[in-house]
Ligand binder design. Structure first.
Ligand code: SAH
Length: 215
């Protein structure tokens, strides 16, 4: 399931990510542990350790490894943090967050992706809390969250997510109206929100339930 060849390709990919500027040792170690080839479609297994996004079901994508590494580094996850992810997709980013010792809550709009991610993550021994639904509403039952990560692009940060961010918490989200989004890092101090911009990325859109893919 995770052959020496695949482990070797994964180590090489992580070296590439280091050369591209990813520094956090805990993030690099998590990337070395999660078998990305088990999160891609079988057709693309040979491309699993290239630094590129790949198609998954429902017209969505598993993000490029560099983007996953970059967003995770910006999020500054510590063991025990409650982390909310919006857009479970393949479950790969979710597995990385689990490897960092976080208690992970992840919401996915597409039922098929939610079910496949649940099955895959369970099989690999990860224990996140997963939900099928509209992540723009967050997950009020378990709020507040120390960290919130949005993995789909939107014109603005959904207000419910800001409400569900703990004091001292940190939210990372790609925001923009065009085909590119600016990566924003929001930190909350009391009821003040501070915002930093961290470069341009391209994500699939954060959608409403009436924009679900036809099944
Ligand atoms: N984190 C994923 C990347 C998935 S791409 C991974 O590691 O594979 C973004 C995902 O967000 C897609 O699966 C898409 O279906 C989902 N998505 C889009 N709008 C959403 C919404 N409103 N709520 C929850 N998930 C949403």
């Amino acid at each position: 399931m995770d052959s020496p060849r695949q482990q070797g390709l994964r180590r090489k990919l992580v070296q590439q990510l280091e050369r591209k500027g990813i520094k956090d040792p805990a993030v690099l170690a998590a990337l070395r542990r999660v078998p990305r080839h088990l999160f891609v479609e079988p057709t693309f297994i040979e491309l699993a350790y290239e630094d590129r996004a790949l198609p998954i079901a429902c017209g969505q994508t598993i993000s490029q490894p560099y983007t996953v590494a970059y967003q995770t580094e910006l999020l500054q996850v510590c063991p025990g943090h409650k982390v909310l992810e919006i857009g479970t997709g393949s479950g790969y980013q979710c597995a990385i967050l689990c490897e960092l010792g976080a208690e992970v809550y992840s919401v996915e709009l597409e039922r098929i992706l939610y079910e496949r991610a649940r099955e895959r993550l369970t099989r690999l021994g990860y224990r996140p809390f997963l939900r099928w639904g509209d992540g723009r509403l967050g997950w009020p039952t378990y709020a507040p969250f120390d960290r919130i990560l949005v993995t789909a692009g939107a014109p603005e940060i959904p207000p419910a997510l800001l409400d569900q961010l703990a004091e001292g918490g940190r939210l990372v989200a790609p925001v923009g109206t065009g085909s590119d989004q600016t990566m924003l890092v929001i930190t909350r101090e009391g009821n003040q929100f501070k915002q930093e911009e961290k470069g341009l990325f391209r994500f699939v859109p954060l959608r409403s339930p009436d924009q679900r893919e036809a099944e």
